[in-house]
Design a protein around this ligand. Sequence first.
Ligand SMILES: Cc1cc2nc3c(=O)[nH]c(=O)nc-3n(C[C@H](O)[C@H](O)[C@H](O)COP(=O)(O)OP(=O)(O)OC[C@H]3O[C@@H](n4cnc5c(N)ncnc54)[C@H](O)[C@@H]3O)c2cc1C
Length: 377
Amino acid sequence: MRGRRHHQPDGTQLRYAYGPEPQTSICTIERSTLHRRLLEHVLRLSNVEIRFEHRCLHVERTGAEIHFQGPAGPVVVPSGGHLVTGCDGVWSRVRAAVQASTGVPFSVTTHSHRYKALTMNDEATRSLDREAMHVWTHGRQMVVAQPRWDGGFSAALLAPPQAFARLSSPTAIRGFFERCLPTLSPLLARATEDLMAHRVGRLTTVSGRRWHSGNLLVIGDAAHGMVPLFGQGMNASFEDARLLADQMGGAQGDWRRAVPRFTASRVADGRAIARMSHDNYPELAGGDAVQPGLQAWRALEQQMMLRHRDVPVSFHNLVCFSHTPYRKALRCKARQVAMFGRLLRGKRDVSDLDGSTVDAELRAHRSFVDRVARGAA
Ligand SMILES: Cc1cc2nc3c(=O)[nH]c(=O)nc-3n(C[C@H](O)[C@H](O)[C@H](O)COP(=O)(O)OP(=O)(O)OC[C@H]3O[C@@H](n4cnc5c(N)ncnc54)[C@H](O)[C@@H]3O)c2cc1C
């Protein structure tokens, strides 16, 4: 996806490019395809044993044993002093053990919005730009659709729980889409069945200051579950794996040295991206109704990206298209917000801006981003 398209009620679309270069594009992949590819890879490794259908019930806070419910009954696995890495999602059992051991609590919070998957009509979505994420909004309700590799689109409705409660009959569902999201309605394959049959999903944020204790460690959503409003949950989890592997390599496989080095900076990164994801709702939902001045903000960002391709002006792009640690991207975001506030104060739109002021601001911003990257700011 090279950008986003926000569908307006009159049928027009507002297009926002992620950047001027082809490499500023986001790869989308279906969850099932990704799972299959990962599994195929792991099955080729001779030093990995996989046990399916083993539900972890409990992890001892000492890290000595892990208790599972297997298909044939309870199974207790002694850790033997090895590292136990819990990547068991937002309701992690391993995290419960880390928390019980350190006494430092994680916060687990639920977003004001819930979600349900929607099936799109493959034939009807042929008219949609396949290189974009598509967004339709009505009040606090939003549908996001992303292209799939097989030619179709995956979509989800995000809305407050009260809105889902109102969509409880075929008449209410049909009426909602036809009246409130008329340009989306013909693209949906079976909105009524989807909304009546699927359960409402919660969007959960997990945030904590201690991810490990003894030989217990959590990574991925178990450590930093985040709402999917920035599209970074999976990316952040893969990055955890890469950084942990780097530290393990650097410490010749000694987890006692590698894990504290890994968590030393990664905990702050996890907290930063969880926060940026939560705060990204207006950006994704779009429109001045959600956040006054957002259209002018976007116009300025697009203009700056085109005029100064070498300046990493957009914090979104720092997060998505660079390896800038999330905690540093968060600092750059704060500065970008302040810079845009200064530039846009009292202006009706970007055409009122003076080019030399914009250039001076951008030079200062580039210098800041460079210093943050070097750890000098
Ligand atoms: C609607 C939605 C849209 C999203 N969109 C994006 C996106 O566009 N881009 C992006 O990067 N991320 C996205 N994410 C986030 C992404 O799905 C997660 O961040 C990612 O899956 C985290 O990977 P994980 O391996 O840490 O956890 P999970 O994928 O949750 O995997 C945890 C695994 O542990 C297993 N497990 C859990 N409990 C136990 C137990 N007690 N015993 C045994 N096994 C257990 C589960 O079965 C599962 O296999 C989205 C999430 C949602 C909900």
